[in-house]
Design a protein around this ligand. Structure first.
Ligand code: GLN
Length: 286
């Protein structure tokens, strides 16, 4: 029988394989996939670099690597992702939470902490529930509701609330349907809506285009239809002095500022991300 590959040898071979296939950050991907198989942290691999892999471990590693080489996102292969210091389950039914969205959560926490009374928060298009759960976990005075059109996404969100020991109410609702008004009234509405314009779908990364739920990515129109509709709804379901927070994509700030302006929102503020790009827009009702 031939000698089995060690941790270090298999990581090196896998890095090369992923690099040739055009996967970004091949070393990190190779290490994270193997760490998951060996139930250890990425850095722990270096404490066992000469440990031989079993045949089963190699078989599983091969399967993971071929999925990644087909551009399946790492997070779907691992079935989880870190967000705001918590672990979230992810499946192909939910958008993968992004680090930029942590900034949105941080801004809302800062704003909501200044309010002494109870704050009712609605997360529109909650997906995996990452925003809603992170807010509920960090705001003692909040009562958070997460809404999504997808029943399958809501199953994942409910499981994430259980896994993180957080009580969030998740409800099925379509923002373009009248049933959205049955959710009640809120002091703060947040959304990271599908904002990619139809014409930009083709230029998205393979990982997004071929694997993430398309309804979570694009509005199949000009990229602004959810911003307009959610701003419209907010005029009706936000309490006086209520706040609206959006995550936006690069270059959308002027149009989204206009959308809020036209509807009478005040104190409109745009916040940049770590790359210096406008990422978050907030507005307030008088
Ligand atoms: N609320 C989730 C997030 O921000 C999902 C958003 C979406 O599906 N567009 O990651």
């Amino acid at each position: 029988m031939s000698k089995l590959l060690t941790v270090l040898e298999s990581v090196k071979l896998s890095e090369e394989y992923l690099r040739k296939k055009g996967v970004q950050e091949p070393r990190a991907n190779a290490e994270l996939l193997l760490a998951d198989i060996l139930h250890c942290k990425r850095l722990d691999l270096y404490l066992m670099f000469d440990r031989p892999l079993s045949e089963n471990e190699i078989k599983k590693y091969r399967e993971y690597l071929s999925r990644r080489a087909n551009f399946e996102p790492l997070q779907y292969i691992l079935g989880k992702v870190e967000f705001y210091g918590m672990s979230f389950k992810v499946t192909k039914d939910v958008l993968i939470p992004r680090p930029e969205t942590e900034l949105l959560v941080g801004e809302i926490i800062t704003s909501a902490k200044t309010i002494n009374d109870k704050v009712k928060i609605l997360d529109v298009g909650t997906g995996s529930g990452n925003i809603a759960i992170a807010l509920q976990k960090n705001l003692k005075n909040a009562e958070v509701c997460g809404a999504d059109v997808s029943a399958k996404a809501l199953e994942v969100a409910r499981e994430n609330a259980r896994l993180n020991s957080v009580g969030v109410e998740f409800k099925q609702a379509d923002v373009f349907d009248e049933n959205i008004f049955e959710l009640g009234k809120f002091d703060l509405i947040v959304s990271n809506p599908p904002y990619v314009a139809k014409e930009k779908i083709d230029s998205l990364q393979e990982e997004i285009k071929n694997y993430e739920p398309i309804i979570a990515v694009t509005d199949n129109a000009d990229g602004y239809s959810f911003f307009r509709r959610i701003a419209d709804i907010s005029l009706k379901i936000l309490n006086p002095n209520g706040m609206l927070f959006f995550e936006i994509s690069e270059g959308q700030e002027h149009e989204v500022e206009n959308i809020l302006n036209e509807r009478g929102f005040k104190n409109i503020k745009t916040i940049k991300d770590f790359n210096g790009l406008a990422r978050i827009i907030k507005g307030e009702l008088g």
